[in-house]
Structures are given as structure tokens and as C-alpha cells.
Design a protein around this ligand. Structure first.
Ligand SMILES: Cc1cc2nc3c(=O)[nH]c(=O)nc-3n(C[C@H](O)[C@H](O)[C@H](O)COP(=O)(O)OP(=O)(O)OC[C@H]3O[C@@H](n4cnc5c(N)ncnc54)[C@H](O)[C@@H]3O)c2cc1C
Length: 189
């Protein structure tokens, strides 16, 4: 895809969860690299590290981490992608306890514009790592994010939102589309 963009000179937009309010995950008269189908989340309970594919939504991460009583501090809403949130900041319920999503990123696998696959972290390509955390996504295509999760304290407050069906009273559907935790938060202890 990157080669096609280079060869044709067409602008390329990378899309994770597709929730950029400014529409930065799409482009007119160009190529959209849509990573939305890649939603795998792997949790290592020993190291408390969570490795997330670039199309995962906040709900995907919560659904995988909460059974281990762990959380990655992401935004307050379940549907935005973790990619745009992490690359742009990520302000959520756990901010006072655990900071922004980008504070918890410990490494990212990145394909650069010239097609190189790199790992960026505090020790490998640290300048790229610095740019990825808050730079908004123009430093390459991130193919994997690894976070250091935080332990969830007791008690945890959960909220589920349901949408009324327009076809009649009494029919409700989960607004998260039934894909796991709708929203999790943790009160200050
Ligand atoms: C309803 C709603 C609620 C929100 N709530 C919060 C909140 O509580 N806290 C908060 O911090 N933000 C919140 N946001 C903002 C949201 O975090 C940002 O819009 C974020 O960029 C969305 O990420 P995405 O992956 O869904 O978006 P996308 O549109 O897919 O991408 C956003 C940007 O990241 C780039 N990008 C995406 N994936 C990659 C990748 N793999 N590699 C390189 N670049 C990539 C895109 O090119 C684009 O520039 C909210 C937005 C909406 C619409």
C-alpha cells in the first residue's frame, strides 16, 4: 500500500478506529489504509503488558484486560480506536491515577514511509518514539502498540449504555454494539 502511494504520488490516510473528528483517517482522491479489521489484544498477566493491534477499539482493550483486573488508560468512550487516541494523547477516566494513554505506551512497531519495519521505544529509535506519543500519527504506520497496564483498584464503577430501538418500546440494544465493556472507570481511592 505504501509502495502504491509512493509510485502514484496519491496522498495516503491511515485509519484505525475511524473516529477522528477532523476526518484525518480518510482522504479525498487518495488511498485509505484501513486497519480497522485488526483488533487483536494480548495481555501478559505476569509483566502486565498489553499488546494491541492497530484497529482495536477501547472496548476491545477493556474486554481483554478487565478479567485480569488490569486497565490501559484510554478515553471515556468505548468506540474510538486506540491508535488515534494513543498517537494523539488519550484522555480518560484513569487520567489522575495513570496519566494519558501515551504515558503508558512502552513500544510501538512502525512501518516508515520508506517501508522499513522498526520498533520504537525509550531505547530504540527514541526520537521516533517521542514523536509517536502525541504527534498525531504522521510518523509512519503503527502496526502494534505495547502498553504497560495499571492495576484496577477496588471498587470499579462500570456503566453500560443502551439505545432504545425506534421500532417499539421495550427493545434495547447495547450502544457498544455488544462488543464487551461499554465503559469502565475507576473512582479515586
Ligand atoms: C465520540 C467520540 C468520543 C471521544 N472521546 C475521547 C476521550 O474520551 N478521550 C480522548 O482522548 N479522545 C476522545 N475522542 C477523540 C479520539 O480519541 C480521536 O479522534 C482519535 O484520533 C480517534 O482515534 P481513531 O483511531 O478512532 O481515529 P482514526 O480516524 O482512525 O485516526 C485518527 C488519526 O490517527 C491516525 N492513525 C490511526 N491509526 C494509525 C496507525 N495505525 N498508524 C499511524 N497513524 C494512525 C490517522 O491517520 C488519523 O490522523 C473522542 C472522539 C469521538 C468521536
Amino acid at each position: 500500500m505504501l509502495e502504491a502511494a509512493r509510485e502514484t504520488g496519491l496522498p495516503l490516510a491511515v485509519r484505525g478506529g475511524g473516529h477522528s473528528i477532523a476526518g484525518l483517517g480518510t482522504v479525498d482522491d487518495g488511498i485509505v489504509l484501513d486497519l480497522g479489521g485488526l483488533r487483536d489484544v494480548r495481555v501478559d498477566p505476569q509483566t502486565q503488558q498489553v499488546t494491541v493491534a492497530p484497529g482495536a477499539l477501547s472496548a476491545d482493550v477493556d474486554a481483554a484486560t478487565v478479567p485480569h483486573r488490569l486497565a490501559v488508560p484510554l478515553g471515556t468512550v468505548s468506540r474510538p480506536g486506540i491508535a488515534g487516541q494513543t498517537l494523539g494523547g488519550g484522555v480518560g477516566w484513569l487520567i489522575r491515577r495513570a496519566g494519558l494513554a501515551l504515558d503508558r505506551l512502552i513500544s510501538a512497531e512502525v512501518i516508515t514511509a520508506d517501508g522499513k519495519r522498526l520498533v520504537a521505544s525509550a531505547t530504540e529509535h527514541p526520537d521516533l518514539f517521542w514523536g509517536l506519543r502525541g504527534g498525531g500519527g504522521n510518523f509512519g504506520v503503527v502496526t502494534s502498540f505495547t502498553f504497560q497496564a495499571v492495576e484496577l483498584p477496588d471498587p470499579v464503577l462500570g456503566v453500560s449504555l443502551y439505545t432504545a430501538s425506534p421500532t417499539g418500546a421495550g427493545h434495547w440494544s447495547p450502544s457498544s454494539g455488544g462488543r464487551g465493556t461499554c465503559l469502565t472507570s475507576s473512582p479515586r481511592s
